[in-house]
Every structure is written in C-alpha cells, then in structure tokens.
Design a protein around this ligand. Structure first.
Ligand SMILES: O=C(O)CCCC[C@@H]1SC[C@@H]2NC(=O)N[C@@H]21
Length: 258
C-alpha cells in the first residue's frame, strides 16, 4: 500500500488522484513549487502533487513571474529522480506537454488548435495556455524533481511579450482545476511509463508530430544572443537542433518564436 506523504509544512487535506498519487489541496499558497521545496526540506520524500486554488507569487522559467487566478490550475508534482528520468530529467517536460495536449483535448479543445512549442509550452491557436517549470532538488543525498505546471483554464493573463489563451475562451467553459489535474496526471503517468519502458524516442516522435515550427525558419532567443535558423528536430536529450546554413547547433535553453 502507498504510504501517506508526510505533511511537514501544512495541514492541507490530502486526496488521492485516479492514478493513486496523493494530492495536497491548498486554498492559497505563494507558489506550489516553493511549497514543494518546503515539503522536501521538512522531510517529505514520497511523491505528491501539491495544488493551490490560488497562487500569489508563482514564477516561471528564467525568473519570470507566472500570474494565476482562482479557476486556473497551479500544481507541482514532487518525485524522486530515478529510472530513465535520472539521466534525462528534461524528458519529464516533454511527457507533461504531451499529457497537457491530451487533457486539453479531453476538455473539448479541438486537436488541430493545440500545438506544442519547444521546450515545454502548449499553445491553443498560437496563444500560450500553459507553462511547465522543472526544478531539481538535492535533499539528504537524494535527488528530486519538482514538476510545476500552470494552465489557463478560466482566465488568460494579458501579457505584452506573447499571446495567451485559455480553455474557457477556446471551448466556452472552464474545467474544474482538480478534475483537469486528475486527467493531466493520468496522461502524464502514461507517458512516464512509456519513457521507462522504451526510452525517450517515442516521446520525441509524438512531441514532434504536434510541434510548431518543425522544418521551418524559427528564431531562438538565448540569454545573450538571438539565432535564426531551421528547426531540424530534437536530439536524443530533447535539445533543439537548429541549422544555420552548414552549421548545426544543439540548444538546451531558450525561447522559440515561429
Ligand atoms: O512558462 C513558464 O515559464 C513556466 C511557468 C510555470 C508556472 C507553474 S504554476 C505552478 C508552479 N508554481 C510556480 O510558482 N510555478 C509553476
């Protein structure tokens, strides 16, 4: 029988998702990913999803802030980094992107309107509907992965830098965040199990089938420079392969624009 997770930092109720994974439910948190760190610091070791109805200080990749209002999804899964993920933690981001596409379809978003954008964004009609944040934590000699995910279910933020989307806008109704997380987790566990059985290749193939910009000219903004080239695909670690004339680069971090 699965052990109940320790709850060192909160008395948040714990439910079980359909997959059997426990779910901590918080009314309000600064950030589910910060709570994940507190969970580990407080001695928590078992896998757990941490979910907040309201998140007041969410953050994203490269230190950006992540706006979330009640009605949208904010959650972080803490899990030991083991198996194939240990050598390839980035695969978790591709597995979760694929799971997001499936959960969005289940919520009524048309498959043809859903597109994946490297590394881990999911778009509806070109607008960003979700973001994924992967963080590695070393605690007591063990390594854990915190997989944070935010999804615009009910509302989309108005951002100056890029277009955004919400499920509500796409389908006319907003799924319940906990129900959406249940379906997301189920699909995520499916892709993680496939990663364990067959490695990254089937995830890479499935991701590329739904990805935007493949085979086309794209722009990649890196911390210190901006590159233009053809998006050739992903390598065996999930790095983006960019061709500029005869020069092939493998990019591990950056923002892509189609
Ligand atoms: O696109 C990004 O930059 C990633 C955004 C990740 C946001 C989620 S919301 C749940 C979790 N808690 C956080 O503070 N961030 C992640």
């Amino acid at each position: 029988m699965r052990k109940q997770p320790q709850q060192p930092c909160s008395r948040a109720p714990v439910k079980a998702l359909s997959s059997g994974l426990p779910l901590q439910v918080h009314d309000s948190l600064d950030s589910t990913s910060l709570e994940a760190l507190r969970y580990l610091d407080g001695g928590g070791r078992d896998p757990v999803w941490i979910f907040a109805r309201l998140q007041t200080a969410g953050y994203g990749r490269r230190g950006r802030s992540w706006q979330q209002q009640t009605g949208n999804l904010a959650a972080t899964l803490v899990m030991p980094l083991s198996g194939n993920l240990a050598s390839q933690p980035a695969a978790a981001g591709f597995a979760l992107s694929l799971a997001l596409a499936a959960a969005l379809e289940q919520s009524g978003v048309k498959p043809r309107d859903i597109q994946l954008k490297w590394p881990n964004d999911v778009l509806i009609d070109g607008g960003k509907v979700s973001g994924i944040l992967l963080e590695r934590h070393m605690v007591g000699g063990e390594t854990f992965l915190a997989v944070g995910v935010g999804v615009n279910l009910a509302y989309k933020p108005d951002l100056p830098d890029y277009p955004t989307a919400s499920v509500n806008e796409a389908t006319g109704s907003a799924p319940d965040p906990e129900a959406f997380l249940d379906s997301l987790d189920e699909a995520f566990q499916h892709w993680l199990a496939l990663l364990e059985r067959q490695g990254f290749a089937p995830l890479r193939d499935a991701w590329l089938e739904r990805a935007g910009g493949v085979g086309r000219q794209i722009t990649v903004r890196l911390p210190n420079e901006t590159l233009h080239g053809v998006f050739e695909g992903l390598d065996e670690t999930g790095a983006l392969i960019l061709r500029q004339g005869e020069v092939i680069s493998r990019i591990n971090t950056g923002d892509v624009f189609f």
